[in-house]
Design a protein around this ligand. Structure first.
Ligand SMILES: *[C@@H]1O[C@H](CO)[C@@H](O)[C@H](O)[C@H]1NC(C)=O
Length: 191
């Protein structure tokens, strides 16, 4: 009985914990740029074609694999992307095996740090989706069925009374009371 009491007393708490921490965000994913080819001058699939097949989200990561010392990845601004200007980099990665976190939504521009490779198209634009805000949890509107109101002949209608704050907190109070009751019941059962 004591065990049952405790168990029952925990149910509302468990439900509360479960419902207050929903998982809105999918797990962050890691994308291998260029698939098996990696980051190379002549990938079997064009990088931007590859990018357009994917839906990148904030906190996803890009994995660049390339020949260290021969190639590198340079994160650049748009104007430098077009002209393959790698002298004004936002970030440079050259360890041959680089993870780049997509830390915000918007566009990221990558070019090969090997100028010849950049010029023949070893470049990548990644669009990261805007963060979708989860909908705030709102209680459904009360479904009270009122009889159809007759409008007084004067045309003056009294404003509907604002939803009572007390009834809401009262319900919480009752709920809490029940919870406390269960917990107490559990402890009393234990004693
Ligand atoms: C991304 O990660 C940071 C740090 O882990 C976290 O605070 C943020 O909420 C995450 N953003 C999204 C959209 O998942």
């Amino acid at each position: 009985m004591a065990f049952l009491g405790l168990l029952f007393s925990m149910i509302p708490t468990l439900l509360l914990v479960a419902s207050s921490s929903p998982r809105f965000q999918a797990e962050a994913r890691q994308y291998d740029v260029g698939g098996r080819d990696g980051w190379v001058a002549k990938p079997s699939e064009d990088y931007n074609h590859w990018a357009q097949r994917n839906r990148f989200q904030v906190n996803d990561t890009l994995h660049f694999k390339y020949n260290k010392g021969i190639d590198s990845v340079v994160v650049v601004k748009k104007e430098d992307f077009d002209s393959c200007n790698i002298n004004n980099p936002i970030q440079k990665m050259d360890d041959g095996d680089s993870i780049f976190p997509l830390s915000h939504s918007g566009l990221f521009y990558f070019v090969s740090g090997n100028l010849d490779n950049c010029k023949i198209g070893q470049k990548l634009i990644v669009l990261v989706m805007a963060v979708r805000q989860p909908h705030p949890v709102t209680a459904p509107p009360p479904t009270t069925t009122l009889p159809p109101q007759t409008v007084p002949a004067t045309g003056l209608t009294s404003p509907a009374p604002p939803p009572s704050e007390k009834s809401g907190s009262g319900r919480v109070g009752v709920g809490f009371g029940v919870l406390v009751g269960f917990v107490l019941g559990g402890f009393i059962g234990l004693a």
